[in-house]
Design a protein around this ligand. Structure first.
Ligand SMILES: Cc1ncc(COP(=O)(O)O)c(C=O)c1O
Length: 385
């Protein structure tokens, strides 16, 4: 009997060694890993620069608490601020915690109650972020929820105009919905959000937990557009496997998050921040980001060509190396079939196959994955409508 709570439906794969885009299991099977720990290993498994930075910090000190000066936090916050156009960072340990901080800050800074979020969003599993998440299934059995969240249809400009008013603390959403089906925001939705928020003095919170740290070919996905949020959250790729989250905000918000307002024992710990500094040194380089854009365009166009006559496929979409293949059937069983072919991919919403390769993936590895996916999808019968 397992003594771990059964909160996860686990695959029948036991990892032994990860290297770059590849994961070897204890039974000797070697997989091309396009799950990257659900969008975490942007620099691949066991990246040598991140490893060296962590090892250096391990030899210095591991933990002190946030009562002490934190040079790594200062250095990391400076890099994040310079890149995002925001001014201050609060460090925590996960995406949900970053969003939790954002929700608290928006409410405190505005003195308002309502947060508008989107249907099919995902913001985390804590009490507040579960409420923010626009998917009923994550809330079943945990009610009543916090009386703060109101949901609109993603990309619906009329609904955002109607929902955001003088009681709105913030509107919060992802630039590409990562768990809800790889749904990118439209440019006109973003424009409307910016206008509506400005008119009533509501803040804009962008959840970049899955889209951030180079995944879409920009440091943050909102930078693909002419758009500036007030608060941005990130986690996942920030530590390349070391647990860390961050909430970034504009300078005028600093006074609302003073000493004693919020905190975390492990938040911004020296080891995870050392990893994150090494991650950003790689992921925020212009040439690195340009390669992500090029590889993203290439893989989407090759997938579209390879799958053009496959009736089962509705659409190939995404941004950078965040790719969704929208299917006429549930993607779950196909993900398991691909495991037999030594390729690891994810689902996003039941009918979307999600590919989150490391940003360091090679063209040969992308071609191999396309070959395996198209071979499988060509064999699956299209359901009768
Ligand atoms: C967009 C988004 N926000 C928040 C979260 C929650 O992050 P974590 O699991 O680190 O709490 C996730 C996790 O998948 C996510 O994709």
């Amino acid at each position: 009997m397992s003594h771990v709570f059964p909160t996860y439906a686990r695959w029948n794969i036991t990892p032994e060694k990860g290297e770059g885009s590849w994961l070897t299991a204890t039974d000797g099977q070697k997989y091309l890993d396009f799950t990257t720990g659900i969008g975490v290993l942007n620099l691949g498994h066991c990246n040598s620069k991140v490893k060296a930075a962590v090892q250096k910090q391990l030899d210095q000190y591991w933990h002190t608490s946030n009562l002490f000066q934190q040079p790594n936090q200062e250095a990391l916050a400076t890099k994040l601020a310079e890149t995002s156009g925001l001014d201050a960072a609060f460090f925590c340990n996960s995406g949900a915690e970053a969003n939790e901080a954002a929700i608290k800050l928006a409410k405190k800074a505005t003195g308002r109650k309502k947060i508008v979020t989107c249907v099919q969003s995902f913001h985390g599993r804590t009490f507040a972020t579960m409420g923010a998440t626009g998917q009923e299934k994550v809330r079943i059995g945990f009610g009543p929820m916090l009386d703060a969240f109101e949901y609109i249809t993603f990309n619906n400009e009329e609904e955002v105009k109607a929902a955001v008013d003088e009681n709105t603390a913030a509107i919060m959403f992802e630039i590409v919905q990562g768990e809800g089906g790889i749904n990118p925001a439209t440019e006109s939705f973003l424009k409307t959000v910016q206008e509506v928020a400005k008119n009533v003095g509501a803040l804009i919170i962008i959840d970049e937990v899955q889209t951030g740290i180079g995944r879409t070919g920009k440091p943050f996905a909102f930078q693909n557009f002419d758009f500036q949020p007030d608060i941005v959250t990130c986690a996942k790729g920030l530590g390349n496997g070391l647990p860390i989250g961050a909430m970034l905000g504009k300078a005028e918000l600093k006074e609302h998050f003073g000493a004693g307002t919020h905190g975390s024992t492990f938040g911004g710990n020296p080891i995870s921040t050392a990893a994150a500094i090494a991650v950003l040194d790689e992921c925020f380089q212009d040439d690195f980001l340009q390669e992500v854009v090029a590889k993203g365009e290439l893989v989407r166009s090759k997938l579209k060509t390879a799958l053009s006559d496959v009736q089962l496929v509705n659409e190939v979409r995404g941004l950078g190396l965040m790719i969704g293949i929208d299917l006429k059937v549930d993607a779950g069983p196909l993900v398991l079939e691909l495991q037999k072919e030594q390729l690891l991919v994810l689902t996003s919403a039941p009918h979307v196959m999600r590919l989150l390769p490391p940003l360091t993936v090679t063209i040969e590895e992308l071609d191999l994955a396309i070959e395996k996916i198209s071979t499988l999808l060509k064999k699956v019968p299209t359901p009768a409508v």
